[in-house]
Design a protein around this ligand. Structure first.
Ligand code: NAP
Length: 504
């Protein structure tokens, strides 16, 4: 099973030991980044493996490879030799691994290392981007049959991650560590079994006094607790959420928690992708069995489906894919997640005679409009790009308009319930309140489907005017419960519902 490697980047050995002791139970291997140590500490590294009490990688990373060592190659090699000197017959007292870049050849040092059981990690870093012939690189980098090959490459797109994954698959017998750095490669740090990697490097991102992590590096607690890295095997079913930029999502937390509670051999990871075509190839390569889809791919994913529900056909957007022998099956769980949540919030069995404003005409607004129509409401759709409001309103014979003074005026006739479906007000989004000109009377029931932050500026303004308000948390949980059923074929255990809802 792939191992966890905690990277130690503090300035002193004592501080590194304190950090290691704090996270010891989550760590299989430690990497001592000697280049991050204060210069006078670097000469005292020899006893560190014994003090650490677990296998340690000796790494002195030079600046060109993203490290901090700037005193020249001669002194770097000397320092490596110091780390390996006075090798002990008890191998646990020696460094277990020595990281040497692929372009550095010091046969005497390497021979000495091997003699006393220190394995060589032959590493290659490229922060600029992917190589053209990665497969050749992986298969030809080692100097000795015993070398472990490490490739860490900045993924500038999903295609780059695919190239790394495919190249690794072509060299199945080579012991290797493959890392796609950056946001696009985040799942390569979790799905080591699927990438054929021996280990995943992780950091301690909240520890003061440590160096900034490599791009995309995960915190050890997220890796081991949120993603349950230690339980991922090559038989573990892989699920995930795709979208872009995919910076705000509670789905990994929801699914990994319920998988753990229900004893399901599954892992759920984020797949930030810049192309839906690349995404679907990636799903095939990683044998992903279930996928949640979010902004902006809910519509563009539809052509990849073998079958879909009537809701997907009517709504024209799909947020849930599960694989069966016929191919990808598509569903839209936003729709029922939304209406279950709204009916509970309003305490009504249906929405007949209710006049409702929908703000936005994107993927989720399509599901909202479909459900409001099914439940008998009359609605007004307002959108920044007016023709999209018109197109969405047409099949339901709803009213429509822009997010301008004329549109806001129309809201006067559709104000029993107001549903905000745009990303305005979401964490990381500057534009906060899409209907600033609308004055709440205090009698409207107001729902914002955003759940991070808990209260958007729009929702705060409604609450301050005396309106009953609800955020998107309850909808998120309900649509995720439907996804759980699509993914696993099991009903979501009702009694666990309360563990997931915050109740706002
Ligand atoms: P989408 O398909 O990209 O739709 C975006 C919509 O918002 C479009 O109508 C767009 O107008 C409008 N919009 C974007 N930025 C705007 C701004 N600054 N001011 C005014 N209008 C703006 O996205 P989506 O899938 O519908 O998702 C929208 C939001 O709902 C996201 O925040 C998502 O996280 C949330 N969501 C929550 C749940 C849940 O379970 N709680 C489920 C699904 C989605 P134009 O047409 O003019 O571009």
């Amino acid at each position: 099973m792939a191992k966890t490697c905690l990277i130690l980047t503090a300035k002193t050995l004592a501080h590194n030991l304190t950090i290691l002791n704090k996270y010891r139970q989550h760590t299989d291997i430690a990497e001592l980044r000697v280049d991050c140590l204060d210069p006078n500490e670097r000469f005292m590294i020899r006893r560190f493996p014994e003090q650490a009490g677990l296998p340690v990688i000796l790494t002195i990373r030079r600046e060109a490879d993203g490290g901090h060592y700037d005193s020249g190659e001669g002194s770097r090699i000397n320092l490596m030799a110091k780390g390996l000197a006075y090798a002990d017959a008890d191998r646990r007292r020696n460094f277990a691994y020595l990281d040497i870049e692929e372009d550095l050849s010091v046969p005497s040092l390497e021979e000495a290392a091997r003699t006393f059981g220190t394995r060589i990690i032959r590493s290659y870093h490229n922060f600029a981007g992917i190589e053209t012939d990665l497969e050749k690189k992986i298969c030809s980098m080692r100097h000795s049959a015993d070398d472990i090959v490490k490739i860490a490459i900045m993924a500038n797109s999903t295609w780059d991650v695919l190239k790394l994954l495919r190249a690794g698959k072509k060299c199945p017998d080579q012991e290797k560590i493959l890392v796609a750095m950056g946001h696009f490669g985040i799942y390569s740090r979790i799905l080591c079994e699927q990438f054929g990697s021996l280990l995943s490097y992780a950091g301690t991102l909240s520890e003061p006094g440590t160096h900034p992590p490599a791009p995309g590096l995960l915190d050890i607690m997220d890796l081991t607790q949120l993603y349950r890295y230690g339980s991922i095997k090559n038989t573990t079913k892989v699920y995930g959420v795709t979208g872009y930029p995919l910076t705000v999502t509670n789905s990994p937390w929801f699914f990994n928690t319920i998988f753990a509670l229900e004893g399901i051999n599954g892992v759920y990871v984020p797949f930030p992708v810049d192309s839906i075509n690349a995404c679907m190839e990636l799903m095939q390569e990683l044998k992903v069995e279930g996928l949640s889809v979010t902004v902006p791919y809910k519509e563009s994913v539809v052509p990849f489906l073998s079958n879909h529900t009537a809701e997907v056909r009517s709504i024209g957007a799909c947020n849930t894919l599960n694989l069966d022998p016929r191919g990808w099956q598509g569903a839209n769980t936003d729709a029922r997640g939304f209406s279950d949540s709204l009916l509970k919030f309003t305490g009504r069995p249906h929405l007949k005679r209710q006049r409702v404003t929908i703000i936005g005409a994107g993927g989720s607004a399509r599901a909202v409009a479909f459900e409001l129509h099914r439940l008998g409401a009359r609605a007004l759709i307002l959108n920044r790009t007016v023709y999209k409001a018109r197109d969405l309103a047409a099949p339901y014979k709803f009213a429509w308009g822009g997010l301008d003074s004329l549109g806001i005026e129309q809201m006067g006739k559709y104000k029993d319930i107001i549903i905000q479906t745009t990303p305005a007000g979401m964490e990381g989004n500057d534009i906060s309140d899409p209907v600033k000109l609308y004055n709440f009377t205090g009698r409207e029931e107001v729902m914002d489907i955003i759940y991070k932050p808990e209260m958007t500026p729009f929702l705060k303004r409604a609450a301050a005017a005396g309106c009953r308000v609800q955020n998107g948390d309850d909808m998120f949980i309900r649509q995720a419960c439907y996804q759980y059923t699509r993914f696993t074929g099991k009903e979501f255990p009702e009694h666990l519902m309360a563990r997931f809802t915050s109740g706002i």
